[in-house]
Write a protein that binds this ligand. Sequence first.
Ligand SMILES: [Zn+2]
Length: 410
Amino acid sequence: MSAVEAGGVFRRARGRTLDAFPSEKEREWKGPFYFIQGADPQFGLMKAWSTGNCDSGGDEWGQEIRLTEQAVQAVNKLKPRPRFFVLCGDLIHAMPGTPWRKEQTADLQRVLARVDSDIPLVLVSGNHDLGNAPTPETVAEFQRTWGDDYFSFWVGGVLCLVLNSQFWYDASRCPALKQAQDQWLDQQLSIAGQRECQHAIVFQHIPLFLQSIDEDDDYFNLTKSVRREVADKLVRADRVHTVRASNSSMLLVTPPRQLPDPLKGPPRASLRFLHGGHTRGPWKEGSSTRSNNCLGWEMAWSCQQRGRVAEVTRRQWSSRGKTRARPVLQGRPPGVTAVFSGHYHRNAGGTYQNLDMVVSSAIGCQLGQDTHGLRVVVVTAEKIVHRYYSLDELSEKGIEDDLMGLMKEK
Ligand SMILES: [Zn+2]
């Protein structure tokens, strides 16, 4: 029986979700937590890189075994426990159909089987796992070996989306699979909006971009047109925002760019009241609450302003810009707030609107000046804070006090 079949940490994603996190228990926000992100153990690349032939499968991977063992030991030592350990692709170096693939896979599974069973592993597919131009066969092989290539799960009120970025790189040999993921992603993003998750985050192998949404195309990013389309989809400029008044709900149907100033109130026809399961409205300025069957709006209303929920009292509402106090901004930006990736073998990243594009260096081969390492990601009610640690640093010192402090915040 292989390590995968033996179960334990290899609770493979199935049916587009991960049973380590039952969604009925995990939908509610219960307070700050953290997880560990790693990328590119890529068993075999260090040897292939040293010989100048990265197209070969890499016929030795002893160094990567030791580094990944060190990573696993460091993760197992952490207190409190991370909620999960995600590996953002390029698990091994040998491409589908090339020598050493089976051996590299078996060795990685043996090492990962030592992750403590109470720290679920989340596995993301990379170009070396699926091939640069994946086919239905290579995707099926990944699913048999590691689990679904894309799936979602809830953890502590946060919706996590694991994506197959290879479909955005080259889907010429599997167009139907790409289309299926695109449709599934649209559904997930709409679920994220309706259920008001605390945050929505994405894990994928290839970064959308390394520093900036406008940077040139490169081996290590997605092409300009694809990245813009995906990024816009993730930040969901067209999402229907659900906001709440005190005893009713409103659906704000304007895209964020056209959101009203909370001090001036919503523009006419931009709000629909949702009450008792059906929509009312459009809201008319000056109309009574009772005629709209929404009894709470006189006391308070909220509207999403630049991705934040602004509570505005009646006085602020009626004073029309003469308000003395600014509304308190709270809540989360709309859409996905962070994308975690690998592939670059260096640390990098940038922002696009409210989206934090995080590029983490490798557990295995480094192509820049970074150390072999892992990223600690702390999720609080308000924000997602992350820091990259060398494997030595993380095993010796654990997580720094300021990150631990964030987790104690209520
Ligand atoms: Zn890669």
